[in-house]
Design a protein around this ligand. Structure first.
Ligand code: NAG
Ligand code: NAG
Ligand code: NAG
Ligand code: NAG
Ligand code: NAG
Length: 417
């Protein structure tokens, strides 16, 4: 009972102090509070310390409260503050003078300022705006080896007149660009945009601001803003130069980091090994650029690798696409032994053929140079015999060969033409 009473007492005391603070506070509110748009989705809040403020023996600061588009509270000792936020719903904020370092002095009154929401008919702004970024190698400027492209798409608002035309802009840091390459829907309205080259730094931590407005003869088109965190829209490229080889029972796989401004230690990988014979997948997560798997199965394997930027370097985003599959190993053992047998038979046949040919020429040889004839037969006779026999035997020889080879040539010609 007693603690509850004490809490109640405490609460009433605080309440009373609060209600009195307005009149009795020694602190005066800031003056000339202004809100200025300094870029797409970017405003600068500025105020001045009150010139009538009587000197107090404590340090002073400011309490800023953003009311629209999203409630946010923070304190600062500066007299200006930059905010990055969507502006299509307008913007409103208040600021008061407060004692710095938690001195027990009541804060000043609030002063407020606001930006009105830009005009436009409801239902005319773009909907389902999505953007993705992509890194490519920049061959033109060695100082800037990578370039980031941006692709955005959207749908026309459901109440947008048919003649509506939309325009898209992005801001990254202090750079703002309008889209130059639009894609259109059937009503000829822009519904997608491609920036092949942007000022976006893929390793930056700032948000990407995208603004889509439009025009129509029949209605004012409501603009639309959206902020994108880079890690959430960046499509990482797959790893490159993936190689795999089997040595004995080791399947060793290697690859290189994707085309990206992030250095080598920023990547995490996933390797997918597919055993085509057993229809079985093995996947491994790795921080290295190589992987060795022990295989006990003779099969054809397909190997793919994908990458993501690890949380070491930025907030986790998407995985890349898988790299193109590469194949290692042989499909199956049976067909290969069959092939081996076929090749072996062919080789044997070939050898036999050669052998028989050699034997025949051997015969010829012995016939050509028969054992030295008895000195009594005349030399002329011998030449006659040899020449007649020679012509006969070569003729038969040619006949045999042409008989064997002709069909071969025909089938070869058939298969070629
Ligand atoms: C507020 O701004 C106006 C003009 O911008 C200036 O004349 C005036 O002196 C400023 N007030 C204070 C208190 O600085
Ligand atoms: C657009 O977004 C809405 C909700 O955000 C969703 O219901 C709708 O399916 C989306 N339309 C298309 C075509 O993606
Ligand atoms: C990524 O870049 C390539 C060009 O190198 C492009 O064709 C592709 O559309 C881009 N992808 C995205 C999602 O922007
Ligand atoms: C769209 O926004 C851009 C950038 O703020 C501005 O320059 C342009 O005039 C606007 N166009 C329309 C039709 O509102
Ligand atoms: C991939 O390999 C080729 C040839 O070996 C090489 O020229 C290229 O630089 C490699 N790519 C990367 C990103 O290292």
């Amino acid at each position: 009972m007693a603690p509850a009473l004490l809490i109640l007492l405490g609460a009433t005391v605080i309440l009373r102090a609060d209600s009195l603070s307005d009149k009795k506070s020694l602190l005066l509110p800031p003056t000339n509070f202004t809100i200025k748009v300094t870029g797409l989705s970017q405003v600068l809040l500025r105020w001045e310390s009150n010139p009538d403020q009587e000197p107090v023996n404590i340090e002073l600061g400011y309490h800023v409260r953003i009311n629209v588009p999203q409630e946010e509270d923070y304190e600062t000792r500066n007299t200006e503050s930059k905010r990055v936020t969507v502006l299509h719903k307008g913007f409103s904020a208040s600021v008061q003078t407060v004692p710095w370092n938690g001195q027990p002095l009541p804060p000043s009154r609030w002063v407020s300022a606001e930006l009105k929401a830009p005009p436009g008919s409801p239902g005319t702004s773009v909907v389902n705006l999505t953007c993705t970024t992509n890194t490519t190698v920049n061959n033109h400027t060695p100082l800037w080896p990578y370039q980031v492209s941006l692709h955005c798409s959207w749908l026309a608002g459901k109440d947008a007149p048919e003649d509506t035309q939309y325009f898209l802009y992005y801001r990254y840091g202090s750079w703002t660009e309008e889209c130059q390459e639009y894609r259109r829907d059937t009503l000829n309205r822009n519904t997608a945009c491609w920036f092949p080259k942007t000022f976006i730094s893929s390793r930056g931590s700032e948000a990407l601001a995208v603004h889509a407005n439009g025009s129509s003869k029949h209605a004012p088109i409501k603009p639309f803003d959206q902020l994108f965190a880079l890690h959430a829209i960046d499509r990482i490229n797959p790893p490159v130069n993936v190689t795999a080889e089997i040595e004995g029972t080791c399947l060793s796989i290697q690859w290189e980091k994707p085309v990206s401004a992030f250095p080598i230690h920023c990547f995490e990988y996933e390797v997918k090994i597919y055993n085509t014979r057993k229809n079985y997948f093995q996947t491994e997560k790795l921080m290295t650029n190589a992987f060795i798997s022990i295989i006990d199965d003779i099969s054809k394997y397909s190997v793919q690798v994908r990458a993501t930027v690890s949380s070491v370097c930025r907030q986790m985003g998407f995985w890349s696409e898988w790299s193109q599959p590469i194949y290692v190993g042989s499909d199956d053992q049976k067909p290969s032994t069959e092939w081996f047998l076929i090749v072996l038979m062919a080789a044997i046949c070939f050898i036999l053929l050669i052998f028989s040919f050699i034997c025949k020429t051997g015969h010829l040889w012995t016939r050509l140079f028969p054992p030295v004839p008895a000195p009594k037969s005349s030399i002329q006779d011998f030449f006659v015999i040899v020449s007649s026999e020679k012509t006969v035997s070569t003729e038969t020889e040619i006949e045999v060969i042409s008989y064997v080879e002709d069909p071969g040539f025909e089938t070869l010609e058939d298969s070629v033409f």
